[in-house]
Design a protein around this ligand. Structure first.
Ligand SMILES: Nc1nc2c(ncn2[C@@H]2O[C@H](COP(=O)(O)OP(=O)(O)OP(=O)(O)O)[C@@H](O)[C@H]2O)c(=O)[nH]1
Ligand SMILES: [Mg+2]
Length: 617
């Protein structure tokens, strides 16, 4: 039995977003023959869902496994856990780390440690995982591998790592070119040196296969054929297909259940097996009721393991039916019942999501881990044919020891030295506190702390303030007492006063008033936001106005004048942009912004009522 464990390794790959985790796992899969040549032609094989491919990011942690014949002739199996690097999915990383005994910490050879590196590393240290540092993307012309290793060392000291951890092995690699080496600037060979370090450095899993069964459910998957699938590690005992088990729940309950089918990870897929022994990872189908954090145990002797926590949501938004004049033109599913059913389905597998009823039957209060987390859900829904409208994202406050607290994030910004002034000013307005500023190459690297509330909408503002020359990352730090933040948009918007098709003539006339969001010929409705005013007030504009043709010559002249191209509105960009009295309308084909109240008079009345309420209060 022990022999099986000795030939097994469980390793998680962790890093800041885009430091190359998935590409490196791909290289390991292809070079060990786990994946055929046909699949290998594709980039990031593991990023299997369409949104992951399109955005080039990992959203869900994934398990895969490789068989590796080592230099000593022994055959090993390595369970690899690829994790997402974006801060919104940090909780997912924290949970799946519980399946591993070791962690490959990837660091970009130029960028060095970033906010999410710090977060995932601290979690790996808490779990006492064996650490291997991989300085990745060493093929980059601007790579500075030695300096990056020093920075990792400093970070480990700052996080209070013990001497044994500080003695970490270092691998220099390029996942893209498919090589790894123990020596810096040795740019050739295969990925083998990395696999070798994994075998040598990561401790084999332990646990007695004949003890009472304990499997901790750390994550889940969903399939429309078999329903919810529990994924986790067997820490003790042996789990057999078809076996009667007990599920130890959150409130101390013990429920009888049957593990209909037990599967282990093989390359990119799963294979049904008779049994899984202590130390190995597996997926279990056919359990009816379970939650992440539950233990699958021996019904004769149920022993719950310490639970893994599912992180609390930090952001909420109102999802409601689309009731714009264009509702139902582009989507298949538009009713509140259809939206409600879709959200219900999402809750089956999207573990950090919460859905509560809103103020009316047409509204739902949806909470998640951040703008990307909720944005991905909305993007999936519109692709499936849903139409809906959503309100401005709001940070979730918490009361701690009687004090109102809000989430605070660590933020790093890379800007050019000429745009540093405006960038710092913007940070100040948003409640940011600057910690350090250093020069990195020809750019300035700023580290700061900022309330999550101040982050909403910051990216687009930052892009404007720096002429697009900014790289920005953030990651959750802590809940702290409320700070004051100016979050109101500085510019007003242009609101269409009439419904119809936007004309070149009207858009041209408005072009020096600000930036337009629509193109000639586009259908707009009264109350839709069609542009940004250069001033701070909202402005009603008629974008469907036709030119009164007086003589032919003049109308020819019009055609030769060129229109500035409009600002492209992305889904997440729109969510960050809107104010309280505005909505984003989302359909399979369009993302439009609108006023909640479409009529100008209605808005005026509401405004007056609000003002007299404030005066009266
Ligand atoms: N130069 C260079 N670029 C790389 C290397 N590995 C990955 N990249 C590029 O870096 C980007 C991110 O790669 P991914 O493998 O998706 O990174 P990731 O860490 O999985 O990203 P997330 O899962 O979203 O956190 C892609 O554009 C890759 O092509 C490398 O070894 N060298
Ligand atoms: Mg990835």
């Amino acid at each position: 039995m022990l022999d099986l464990q000795n030939h097994l390794r469980n390793v998680a790959i962790i890093a800041h977003v885009d430091h190359g985790k998935t590409t490196l796992v791909d290289a390991m899969l292809t070079q060990t023959g786990a994946v055929g040549k046909a699949d290998a032609a594709q980039e990031c094989i593991l990023d299997s869902n369409p949104l992951e491919r399109e955005r080039g990011i990992t959203i869900l942690a994934k398990n895969c496994a490789i068989d590796y014949r080592s230099h000593d002739g022994e055959q090993y199996r390595v369970n690899l856990i690829d994790t997402p690097g974006h801060a919104d999915f940090g909780g997912e990383v924290e949970r799946v780390l519980r399946m591993a005994d070791g962690a490959l910490l990837l660091i970009d050879a130029f960028e060095g440690p970033m906010p999410q590196t710090r977060f995932v590393l601290s979690k790996a240290l808490e779990l006492r995982l064996k650490l291997i540092v991989v300085v990745n993307k060493c093929d980059r012309p601007d790579a500075r591998p030695e300096a990056v290793v020093d920075e990792v060392f400093d970070l480990l000291i700052a996080l209070g790592a013990d001497d044994e951890t500080l003695d970490f092995p270092v691998i220099y690699a390029s996942g893209r070119e498919g090589w790894a080496s123990r020596i810096a600037h040795h740019h050739k060979g295969s990925i083998d040196p990395l696999l070798r370090v994994i075998i040598e450095h990561v401790t084999p899993p332990r646990g007695n296969p004949s003890a009472p069964l304990q499997m901790l459910i750390t994550t889940l998957d969903y399939s429309s054929y078999v329903g919810r699938i529990a994924i986790g590690r067997v820490y003790a005992g042996t789990l057999r297909s078809g076996q009667q088990v007990a599920i130890c729940t959150k409130d101390g309950g013990v429920l009888p259940a049957r593990a209909l089918k037990v599967l282990r990870f093989v390359a990119l897929s799963r294979q049904a097996v008779d049994s899984i022994e202590a130390g190995d990872l597996c997926a279990v189908e056919g359990l009816s009721e379970f939650e992440i954090g539950d233990t699958i145990a021996d019904p004769e002797d149920p022993r719950p393991m310490p639970r893994v926590a599912v992180d609390q949501p930090t952001l909420h938004m109102i999802f409601r039916i689309n009731d714009s004049p264009f509702a139902g033109r582009e989507g298949k599913y538009v009713t509140s019942r259809q939206i409600s059913e879709r959200l219900e389905r999402e809750l089956q597998s999207n573990v950090a999501l919460r859905v509560e009823p809103g103020e009316s039957a047409e509204e739902f209060r949806v909470s998640g881990r951040g703008l990307l987390h909720l944005g991905v859900l909305l993007e999936n829904m519109r692709r499936e044919g849903y139409e809906l409208s959503v309100g401005r994202p709001e940070v979730i406050e918490r009361e701690m020891d009687g004090v109102r607290c809000e989430p605070i994030e660590r933020l790093t910004l890379d800007v050019t030295s000429s745009t540093m002034g405006p960038a710092l000013e913007l940070l100040g307005q948003r409640g940011g506190e600057i910690h350090t500023v250093d020069t990195r190459g020809d750019r300035m690297h700023i580290e700061a702390e900022i309330p999550a509330r101040g982050l909403i909408g910051l990216r687009s503002r930052m892009l404007t303030a720096t002429g697009g020359e900014v790289v920005m990352y953030h990651s959750f730090k802590e809940y702290a007492p409320l700070r004051s933040v100016q979050r109101k948009r500085q510019n007003g918007v242009m609101i269409a006063t009439d419904t119809g098709r936007a004309t070149t003539f009207a858009l041209l006339n408005l072009s020096d008033r600000g930036m337009m969001f629509v193109v000639p010929g586009e259908q707009v409705y009264a109350g839709q936001i069609v542009g940004e005013n250069s001033r701070d007030n909202d402005l009603g504009v008629n974008v469907v106005k036709m030119k009164q043709l007086s003589n032919v010559r003049e109308s020819n002249k019009e055609a030769t004048v060129t229109l500035k191209s409009p600002r492209q509105i992305t889904l997440e960009g729109a969510l960050e942009y809107i104010e309280d009295d505005e909505l984003v309308e989302i359909t399979p084909q369009s993302v439009r912004m609108r006023k909640r109240l479409l009529g100008e008079n209605e808005r005026k009345r509401a405004d007056r009522a609000e003002r007299s309420r404030l005066v009266g209060a």
